[in-house]
Design a protein around this ligand. Sequence first.
Ligand code: GCO
Ligand code: MG
Length: 402
Amino acid sequence: MKITSAKVIVTCPGRNFVTLKIETDEGVYGIGDATLNGREVAVVSYLEDHVIPCLIGQDPQRIEDIWQFLYRGAYWRRGPVTMRAIAAVDVALWDIKAKLAGMPLYQLLGGKSRDKVMVYGHANGSDIAETVDAVGKYIDMGYLAVRAQSGVPGVKDAYGVGRGVLHYEPADADLPSQTGWDTRKALNHVPKLFETLRDTYGFDVHLLHDGHHRYTPQEAANLGKMLEPCQLFWLEDVTPAENQEAFKLIRQHTVTPLAVGEIFNTIWDAKDLIQNQLIDYIRATIVGAGGLTHLRRIADLASLYQIRTGCHGATDLSPVTMGTALHFDTWVPNFGIQEYMRHTEETDAVFPHDYRFESGHLICGEKPGHGVDIDEELAAKYPYSRAYLPYTRLSDGTVWNW
Ligand code: GCO
Ligand code: MG
């Protein structure tokens, strides 16, 4: 069997997505997501100029060998662009293999470990009252777990405060828009938000919060400690994770569960965090961390330390990633939770899929493959439109972690 052609489809149904389609001499094709929010075109070039020429003529069934070739053969290893390009190839090849086998992808991984996958949604508001109301809307929609982010008094455009209840898209401008941050104000505010949420909704609903890389390790430990009475499901990205050792300081001071990893792109980014049990959930994703082939390795290492998966699932990860992630989530023994920010109707129309939401869970489909396709004619109606993620500065003008 041979790969006869491959192409990159860029579409922008409200936000940019990059999709790789691999076709074979047996008429079976597979698709993979290669979207890197704010840097999409870099991955398009990496695929078109450096990867696709090497794929033509290869046996698409040799998923592992092609993964190793693309990783080791590049010489320049790791990084978000390289690993997203590898992920797109990997997922497209797993899609082909499952279609050839006539099975939904989770069967090839080892079958179901659960029938449905608990998800969490994003509730946000400009202040505590609005956020409490938004969390209530998610509970009414049947969610068992809700991430809560609210505006911080005195902070311009605080992270995570979107426009509307269901959809939040941070890539909002043709050039990076500037936002603000003030840690002291946030530390005074976030505990009040969660105290109010617990007073309003009790302790049955799982509550999550995203620190979005904003705190130093000491500040993160302080926040984790202040939030302990609110019993969060997790506190995410509470400090930048380049220095994995920083989490030792946080761990010493708080039992608030910690989640990290949405910006990780290989197992090496998480190795010390996992082996030293410095986190409770690993957030690495199918699209960000080299595809299914590599994410399985990360999940298996995590399972040795009773760390569970909590895959990132924001709107900048296409339905192709969501669909594939659901097959992974359905199989993976140490599953924790799946982030599920709903895509817009126009996005769902471009990417028809067979997964569905039911009572706080997602259920993956039974079609052979990962169950997601791309309507190329419709995709062509939404041309690429450059969009950057924001960046942030402190009140004294210092560039800070967005
Ligand atoms: C999350 C993420 C997102 C990111 C976005 C960047 O937890 O969902 O932090 O909000 O900011 O995915 O493209
Ligand atoms: Mg996050």
